[in-house]
Design a protein around this ligand. Structure first.
Ligand code: SF4
Length: 390
């Protein structure tokens, strides 16, 4: 079985290339963009991509692999499960204006010098990137830049150092009540490391954000469930599509639920994966049946190579309205929100909208958002998103 690190390695080989850097920097200049796309290097990259995608398919975690194979058989490549975890050519080819490397400016919210794993946007809570390893590589991940370095054999020591620095910061900031363990995937650090982290942080409310439930449900072992129960962890799942909840996933969620662990969910709204109110409603209903409380559906940030995943704001509002007005409150209580430099904002926070330029405001602060260029957003046909009902 190839290691989970291999997936990020192949992704890096593919995306950390000078030609792509050049392409990204040329995005606002139509002419240079065209020149680069006609270059030999670019054409070679597109050719290589086909080969790399085959390689990546071998690294998709077992639980998802079979479903993706089935999906390919029914609707070909690029379906909702495929698109979430494997690169497609359009990711490089489609461009829109005003994308940026780090829209939420995480680097400006790192309160401790040289500790790029501590992120704080709100006074009462702090987020810790406890690991940069994930069980697979979500193609739309806004933290892709951070998943390019690995903790190798010294993971234990790295985590210990991170916790020491974090505790020092927490001791100096009594107003912080909650620590959010994020990543990478915190479940990937394994039982011993997780036990250490939870014991060290037992005075705080702890939240764990994980997509392991979809990628590697077996990684949430009985020991991990017990330790999460002991320290009263809030577990926040990242599940994008109803087909990600298969029998194995359901069984694991039931086990976690039977242990009284509070389960929540938040996930992104992504074109080609779940960009239809019907899909969202099925997903939210499934979550409700499993006692998972959905918190937020995130509007995708305008980061590099995100155009293929984003949805126009007009259509996002249509989707929100459809979910809101055609479902009971136990479904539509979920919030549609977007992470920005001024914190989370919602549609209600829009104070200006001139063509593609939108301004959100929160607590007296403003942030600019640029909608997708025209002609990019095509609603995904429902029969592609829900191919099993074909
Ligand atoms: S699991 Fe989370 S951190 Fe990891 S690649 Fe997916 S979205 Fe990014």
């Amino acid at each position: 079985m190839p290691s989970k690190k291999s997936m990020v390695c192949v992704m890096n080989e593919l995306f950390n290339q000078p030609i792509l850097e050049e392409l990204f920097n040329s995005r606002s200049e139509e002419l240079s963009h065209k020149i680069i796309k006609n270059s030999k290097e670019y054409k070679k990259l597109i050719n290589d991509m086909e080969h790399k995608i085959k390689q990546l398919l071998n690294y998709v975690p077992g639980n998802m692999y079979e479903e993706i194979e089935r999906e390919i058989k029914y609707i070909g490549k690029g379906g909702p499960l495929y698109k979430s975890v494997l690169p497609i050519k359009e990711k490089i080819e489609i461009k829109t204006s005003m994308e940026t490397r780090d829209y939420v400016e995480e680097f400006n919210h790192m309160p401790v010098k040289d500790a790029d794993y501590i992120i704080q946007k709100y006074s009462d809570r702090v987020l810790v990137i406890i690991t940069d390893i994930c069980f697979a590589h979500c193609q739309y991940c806004f933290r892709t830049y951070n998943l390019s370095t690995f903790q190798q054999s010294n993971m234990k020591e790295t985590i210990k150092n991170k916790i020491e620095v974090l505790k020092k910061y927490l001791n100096e900031h009594e107003e912080i009540k909650e620590v959010i363990l994020s990543g990478g995937d915190p479940i990937s650090i394994g039982y011993d490391n997780l036990k250490y982290v939870l014991e060290e942080l037992k005075e705080y409310n702890i939240r764990i954000h994980t997509r392991s439930i979809v990628y590697e449900p077996y990684a949430i072992t009985p020991d991990i469930i017990n330790i999460m129960k002991k320290y009263n962890v809030r577990l926040v799942f990242h599940i994008n599509h109803p087909y990600e909840i298969d029998n194995v996933v359901k069984e694991k969620i039931n086990k976690i639920d039977n242990n009284g662990i509070r389960m929540y969910a938040q996930f992104p709204l992504i074109r080609g994966i779940n960009d239809n109110a019907k899909v969202l409603k099925i997903l939210l209903e499934k979550m409700d049946e499993l006692n998972i409380r959905p918190l937020s559906i995130f509007i995708a940030d305008p980061i590099a190579y995100s155009a293929v995943f984003r949805i126009s704001l007009k259509r996002i509002i249509e989707i929100i309205n459809e979910v809101n007005w055609t479902s009971p409150s136990w479904i539509n209580s979920v919030r549609f929100t977007m992470d920005t430099t001024i914190g989370k904002v919602r549609i209600e926070n829009i104070i200006e909208w001139k063509e593609k330029h939108i301004v959100f405001s929160r607590e007296g602060k403003k942030v600019d958002y640029y909608d997708l260029d025209d002609g990019i957003d095509e609603p995904t046909p429902l029969e592609k998103l829900l191919w099993k009902t074909n």
